[in-house]
Design a protein around this ligand. Sequence first.
Ligand SMILES: [Zn+2]
Length: 234
Amino acid sequence: MSVLPILQELQSVHDNLAVIHRDLANFPPELAALDADLKSTRKRLSDVAKTLEALEAKRQELSKTLSLAQSLEDSARTSVKSAKQKVQYTAALRDLDARERERSAVARPLKEAEQRIETLKAETTELEAKEIKLQSEFDEYHTAFLSEHENQVVAEKRLTIRKAELELALGAGELNRFNRILQQRHGKAIVTVEGGTCTGCRTKVRSMVLHQLKETGLVACESCQRYLIQSAPQ
Ligand SMILES: [Zn+2]
């Protein structure tokens, strides 16, 4: 059996599905606003999660550095207490002073990181609640929207089933080729030849290829690779 009728029907199924998908994505203003709000909330949630992950890593790093600085400070303090001579004592005090400064230099950014983590965790909780609320509002409007477009929803189901049947009938190799062309050529895989020219890419078709087209009813455009068929008789 020739693949031509299958290809032509598959192309028409794709054309009809594209129209339906455009209609079903064409939300009324309030639904579009909810959709946009939902998307931006999700985007913010994911940004906050990334920032939190980075801050958590920083917090752990600073926390390790702080406990090291703390133990150095503790031993410097012990040295001060155990110093017997004035020279020893003065040097130990100077060392302790330096260690204290080192510790507080780490403690400050650690505290800042901890505060930012708390703030972002609170924001996450708020955003998650907002997402749930928006999602349920969106679902409600969207269900109403789809019931107003019941014809398209039914047609979409029917066409999707038909598409699967045609794809099965076409076979994997030809289907891959068809889908590749469809994707590369903005949804148009099959075009007619008119006046010896491919109507897809406006390239003149060689006479040998035109002859082949007459014989078989289907050829590939040598320029854009689309399937070429003869134009319907006037
Ligand atoms: Zn072409």
